[in-house]
Design a protein around this ligand. Structure first.
Ligand code: ADP
Length: 505
């Protein structure tokens, strides 16, 4: 695994502006199901501030139209091959370019004008293979139509995994891509885009690529693996996760591929958009606060607890949890620990949606601890902001966590994370030792270890001075996008230099 490091970026002409194509399946404020959208909404702006020309490309989902963000037709039309057909797509652009980033949308209503991004109540949309093959191909066509000489295509997760393959095969001789290098960032290795062999027929790629060294994964087409094999560089969203995905335990079957490419693999920690997540001016909060005004945070806590009908117990902390309700997030160990925790001096508020079994579980728990526990089974951004701000502690007992944004947001609001030591959680949360540190961590994946870490936090909470210290440490921590964008900037420069040094490139 390579450490990119922002500090050592001098050594090439740093003023060179690069043209970066940034295809992604979701981005705030247009469409969001998870942390990927936060990254894709913010990183391009930070790259633009470093002088790069960034062009984001998203599918034109129904969600995008519903956000109320104005779109203009570019009048560009794309002819996109898909299997035996050539489909006609239109290209739209956000009316107000956001801080210098060009934001394009591919319109093809039969694929994208749907209630959700990826699935309905029965599960994943059955034609996701066609939808995202189409999207990848449309991005390649858009790159040609825009006529720029691209330096970098930065892909994200399985939805864009075929793009690096196209760049090295069907589009290798296109003038606009002559010097172009591809990067794929893994935001979550668990989602790979696995489809039957027959899905190859939509891609237009030669059958010879369907092999263990190519796009095949145990008899199926694997979009993410395709990207990992063909991209010029693989990146993920924290240094620890970059190491973990090379192990059988957290490699989701792709650890071998990743080990083979370990010299072209990095981990760059995500940043946080401090213009959105800021306790001093957050529009979703009725009261704002700074690190020296923690009594105002207590007012928010009292208000939220009243609204959520939690019965306030004197000197008891409010623990928040905002999460997809998915196995990854450590809900089985939370279930092991929950009753013990709720019998301690604490309150708990949950906000999340996901698997039905977890919905049922939390409703059951609520029926047993009605006065201490609030359960909100919804996706609610406004409530999320208020929970981050009002809680004393924030729980993330994840089985694995590529980076995690929840703990970064929580810290910004002086809400102390209690986390399992894995992935990006391990890189950002340091156990408080009385002086240094910003949270509480546990290693072993068990309810017992979770309870022990929570007890340490609850004990410290009773010591007001010590608690103030840990809160200050958390609020001072710097997880800005400037650092992260700087590391991507270094990475792009390295790839560009390598491209320039390649004969014939
Ligand atoms: P992941 O991408 O695995 O879901 P992250 O911690 O990286 O996890 O990012 C999750 C993002 O989604 C955070 O911004 C979090 O606040 C938000 N989020 C998760 N669940 C909800 C919910 N039910 N309502 C509102 N926001 C949510």
């Amino acid at each position: 695994m390579i450490q990119i490091g922002w500090g050592n970026y001098k050594g090439w002409d740093d003023t060179v502006t690069m043209k970066i194509l940034f295809p992604v399946s979701e981005a705030v404020p247009f469409a969001k199901t998870g942390g990927l959208a936060d990254v894709a909404g913010t990183l391009p702006q930070a790259l633009a501030r470093l002088g790069h020309e960034v062009y984001t490309v998203l599918p034109l989902y129904r969600h995008v139209r519903n956000t109320g963000v104005g779109l203009n037709s570019t009048r560009l039309k794309l002819s996109v091959p898909l299997g035996n057909q050539v489909l006609s797509a239109e290209v739209w652009e956000a009316q107000t370019p956001s801080n210098g980033v060009h934001q394009y949308f591919i319109q093809y209503d039969p694929f994208f004008d749907r209630a959700e991004l990826y699935h309905n109540a029965e599960g994943d949309y059955r034609d996701n293979d066609q939808r995202f093959t189409f999207f990848c191909r449309a991005v390649m066509e858009l790159g040609i139509t825009l006529g720029q000489s691209w330096d970098i295509i930065h892909c994200h997760d399985w939805h864009t995994g075929l793009i690096p393959v196209y760049l090295k095969t069907l589009y290798a001789h296109e003038t606009v891509y002559r010097h172009c290098r591809s990067v794929i960032t893994i935001h979550n290795l668990a989602y790979q885009g696995l489809f039957p062999r027959e899905s190859m027929s939509y891609t237009g790629l030669p059958d010879s690529l369907f092999s263990a060294e190519g796009v095949e994964f145990w008899g199926r087409l694997n979009f993410l693996k395709s990207g990992l094999i063909f991209a010029d560089w693989i990146n993920t969203v924290s240094p620890t996760y970059a190491r973990e995905i090379q192990t059988a335990e957290l490699g989701h079957g792709l650890d071998g591929v990743l080990r083979q490419r370990k010299h072209e693999l990095s981990g760059i920690l995500n940043g946080l958009d401090y213009t959105i997540w800021n306790p001093q001016n957050d529009p979703f909060l009725p009261i704002h606060f700074q690190p020296h005004e923690l009594e105002r945070k207590q007012e928010l806590k009292a208000e939220l607890m009243e609204e959520q009908r939690i019965f306030a117990i004197k000197d008891a902390p409010l623990v928040g949890m905002i999460s997809r309700l998915d196995e990854q997030k450590g809900l089985d160990i939370l279930a092991e620990a929950a009753e013990t925790l709720l019998n301690l001096n604490m309150h708990l508020i949950i906000l999340g949606t996901g698997t039905r079994k977890f919905h049922e579980y939390f409703l059951h728990l609520k029926s047993k601890f009605a006065r201490k526990l609030a359960v909100n089974l919804a996706f609610n951004n406004e409530l999320a902001h208020r929970i981050y701000a009002a809680s004393d502690m924030f729980l993330m007992p994840s089985r694995f966590e590529p980076c995690g944004l929840g703990q970064l947001i929580a810290m910004r609001y002086g809400t102390i994370p209690i986390v399992r030591h894995t992935g990006g959680l391990a890189d950002t949360v340091i156990e408080f030792d009385g002086k240094q540190g910003n949270g509480f961590c546990f290693q072993e994946y068990s309810g017992h270890a979770l309870v022990n870490a929570a007890r340490r936090a609850f004990d410290l909470y009773q010591d007001k001075d010590a608690w103030q210290k840990v809160v200050h440490n958390a609020m001072q921590a710097d997880f800005s996008w400037e650092r992260a964008a700087g590391e991507y900037h270094v990475l792009y420069h390295r790839l560009r230099e390598a491209a320039a040094a390649t004969p014939g490139a």
